[in-house]
Design a protein around this ligand. Structure first.
Ligand code: COA
Length: 329
């Protein structure tokens, strides 16, 4: 059988830092408000380069760490809401620049749930037996769709990329054991980028409306996000007979520290078991989960029980139960 196992993780974040104090000079806000409402202290901003730049850097990091040749990768699944261009796929650009000469690849978009949706997708591709080295990558240059005159949104987002290598194994003990995705489609108007697609193509008039930037009804999204993230985390625990004692790590999408705390409380686990790096990066959309795993990789042990969970626009949400497959290298 071809059980899907995560065998490595890579990431990249840009050098430039945008602090809460920097944002306080752009809009009416302050560090205390941002930290208390979101947990975010700073975020990284990619200047003068596209999303693919961070994606290539994250892949290079992954290949180096796992001692993998770029030509050995046979599939790249790239999830992003900020691809370089509408056409072609950012995956094509990334495969070209990262030297993935024997891979096929594509982009897909599932808002902030992209990486978890991608785990389900990568799992199925791996189990098909046709792919031996799959890269699942989440990358977003959220600063490219953020309006730095809108204090409701500009405090939240940052830029980064992260990826995992997924390979088939004969041993069913480790890997992506279980996944569950959900959509209720009730939030279409509460979190979106309205203009720039086929409904409202960009014109000089639509540009002037600023609706090519991300828009959010924060309080409405917050309520749904707390419920979605917590529900799916508990769903994964119950379905896989994981208790608060046997759960080693929650890997939550990093949208708001208060949403992460609520998820942890529902799961009943200590804060030390939750991967949290929102204070440094903000919400990097499709990069949050691999970036968190990347930062905590040195603390992960073979056999650890991880539950990744995410919530995003639409609404959609999902969870994945991963049995970690290796000790720190
Ligand atoms: C955005 C968010 C941090 C706002 O926090 P909140 O506690 O819900 O705040 P509200 O939106 O209710 O706004 C409360 C007040 O603060 C004000 N406010 C909003 N942003 C502010 C800022 N950056 N600085 C200071 N005040 C701000 C609002 O204007 C409002 O003022 P009013 O009462 O005079 O109208 C929070 O709603 C959130 O995180 N939402 C979900 C985010 C999320 O998960 N998104 C995507 C999932 S991927």
């Amino acid at each position: 059988m071809n059980f899907p196992v995560i065998t490595g993780v890579g990431a990249y974040y840009p050098e430039d830092i945008l602090t809460n104090d920097d944002i306080s000079k752009m809009v009416e806000t302050n560090d205390e408000w941002i930290v208390s409402r979101t947990g975010i202290r700073e975020r990284r901003i990619l200047k003068d380069k596209p999303t693919s730049y961070m994606a290539v850097k994250a892949i290079e990091n992954l290949l180096e760490k796992t001692n993998t040749k770029p030509e050995d990768i046979d599939l790249l699944i790239l999830t992003s809401v900020t691809g370089d261009r509408p056409v072609p796929c950012t995956a094509n650009i990334v495969m070209d620049r990262a030297g993935l000469t024997n891979a096929y690849g594509f982009d897909f978009q599932a808002a902030c749930s992209g990486f978890v949706f991608g785990l389900e997708m990568a799992k199925n591709y791996c189990m098909s037996g046709r792919y031996k080295k799959i890269i699942l990558l989440g990358a977003d240059k959220m600063s490219s769709i953020t309006n730095y005159e809108d204090r409701n949104t500009c405090i939240l987002f940052g830029d980064a990329a992260g990826c995992v290598l997924i390979e088939p194994s004969e041993d069913p003990t480790y890997g992506i054991i279980d996944t569950q995705m959900h959509c209720d489609n009730s939030g279409l108007e509460n979190l979106n980028v309205k203009n720039g697609g086929s409904e409202f193509p960009l014109t000089l008039e639509t540009l002037a409306e600023n609706r090519h930037y991300i828009y959010q009804e924060g309080a409405k999204v917050f309520v749904k996000a707390v419920k979605g993230m917590a529900d799916v985390c508990v769903e994964m625990m119950e379905r896989n007979q994981i208790t608060k004692d046997t759960l080693d790590w929650i890997v939550p999408h990093q949208a708001n520290k208060r949403i992460i705390d609520a998820t942890r409380e529902r799961a009943g686990v200590d804060e030390s078991k939750v991967m949290i790096n929102i204070q440094k990066y903000g919400n990097t959309t499709n990069a949050t989960i691999p970036l968190a795993i990347w930062e905590y990789e040195g603390q992960l042990k073979k056999g650890d029980n991880l539950i990744a969970c995410a919530f995003g626009a639409g609404y959609n949400w999902g969870g994945a139960y991963i049995k970690w497959a290796y000790d720190p290298k």
